[in-house]
Every structure is written in C-alpha cells, then in structure tokens.
Design a protein around this ligand. Structure first.
Ligand SMILES: [Zn+2]
Length: 226
C-alpha cells in the first residue's frame, strides 16, 4: 500500500481507543499497575508509526523521515546522553555508573545498529515481520516493568504505544497487498496475504474507502454498546 493509505489506516486505528475513551467517559486507560495510556496523545504517533515499516524503502515518505530522524537522533542523543552520563557518574557522583551508562549505551548502540543496517535492509523483510513488531514493543514492556509512572512518563508511554498501533496497522494493511507480509520472518520467509490489491491501483483506493466505512461503523458500535 502507499503512504497515503497507511496514514489513513494508522490514524483510523489510533482513533479506536479514542472512541472507547469517549464511550467510557475517561481520558486514559490504566495499563499495568501504574501507567496510563492517553488515547488522544496516541493518534498522531499512530499516523507516524503507520509509515514506519517502509523505512526499508529509501524513497518512501517513511523511509526518508525515519532516516533523517535516526541521523539526528544519533548525533543529538549520543552527544547529550553521553555527556549527561559522564557528568552524573564521574562529576556529580550521584548515581553509580552502571545504572546510567548501561541503558544509555544500550539505546545508543541500538540506534546506531538500525542506522547501519538500513542500507542493506530488503524491502518487506525485517521491518515487516512480527519480530520487528515485538522489538518495537520492547520499550513498552520496559517502561511498565522498570520505570515509575508520572505525567511525563505516561505522555511518552502514550506516544510510543500510539506509534506501535500505527506500525501494527501497516502490517495488517500490507497483508491485503498481492505481495503480502513475511509475518514469521526470519523463521519462515513466506509472504502471507489475504487479498490481491496492487499498490497504487483503483482497488487500493476502494480499500481506503472500505476502511473508512468499517472503522466508522466500529466507532459507532463502540459508542452504542461499550
Ligand atoms: Zn509496507
């Protein structure tokens, strides 16, 4: 599917929790023992996340945006976090080095690794797999398990969860493509698809319209029955 279709499906998917929050008359949902997901904060990240898996396409909207983001993140995040870690550990001496340096270096290495692997990533392989989806869900598990909740953490948590919703919507939308999605890659290289829509075709435009109708029906059902 093209970027336009993914952004629409991503936004529509991110709006499902918004409909539930309106039906239940509350701003956020508790996740785990202390964290809260704010659906309204998650909608725009869901649109961004819906472009994420196409980072393996150098000329796609998602590819260009994510590459630029990763380059800036490596430079900015690397410089800022390493100076902060050095300050906290060796000058301020408030925190034991291992408590700061390990997570900072782990994230920094991960970002560098993703950037290095991008040029050799094959389209619709790694980033379109269930494994990639599990990897981008890891920060959610980490936050729930190890980070105490406060308003800022919950806002970041909501943004990341929204991003994950968008990413998931991309994989489902591409499953309607003729080429399909390698859900089980690298365990199994088979591409799974449930329809034969060709990217950029009239069928894709129809698919977008059907999605809008189906999601609107879902919002209505949520508002009536939840
Ligand atoms: Zn894709």
């Amino acid at each position: 599917m093209n970027g336009y279709t993914h952004m629409i499906v991503g936004g529509l998917s991110g709006a499902i929790p918004v409909a539930i929050s309106i039906a239940e008359k509350k701003f956020g949902f508790s996740i785990g023992s202390q964290h809260v997901y704010y659906p309204l904060i998650g909608v725009l990240p869901a649109v961004a996340g819906s472009l994420g898996p196409d980072i393996d396409l150098p000329n796609s909207k998602g590819g260009r945006a994510v590459r630029l983001f990763l380059k800036s993140a490596i430079t900015l995040f690397g410089a800022l976090s390493l100076s902060l870690a050095v300050y906290l550990c060796f000058i301020d001496k408030l925190i034991r080095p291992v408590n700061v340096l390990f997570p900072v270096l782990a994230v920094f290495t991960l970002v560098c690794l993703i950037r290095l692997l991008l040029p050799i990533a094959q389209h619709r392989k790694g980033t379109h797999s269930g494994l990639a989806l599990l990897i981008i869900l890891l920060p959610i598990i980490y936050i729930i398990g190890y980070i105490s909740a406060n308003l800022l953490v919950n806002i970041l948590f909501s943004m990341w969860l929204g991003f994950c919703i968008g990413w998931t919507s991309h994989l489902f939308a591409d499953t309607f493509n003729r080429k399909g999605v390698p859900w089980l890659y690298p365990l199994d290289g088979k591409f799974y698809h449930i329809a034969n829509i060709v990217t950029g075709s009239k069928r894709e435009r129809t698919f977008r319209k059907v999605c809008v109708v189906v999601f609107c029906a879902a919002y209505l059902a949520i508002l009536v029955f939840v």
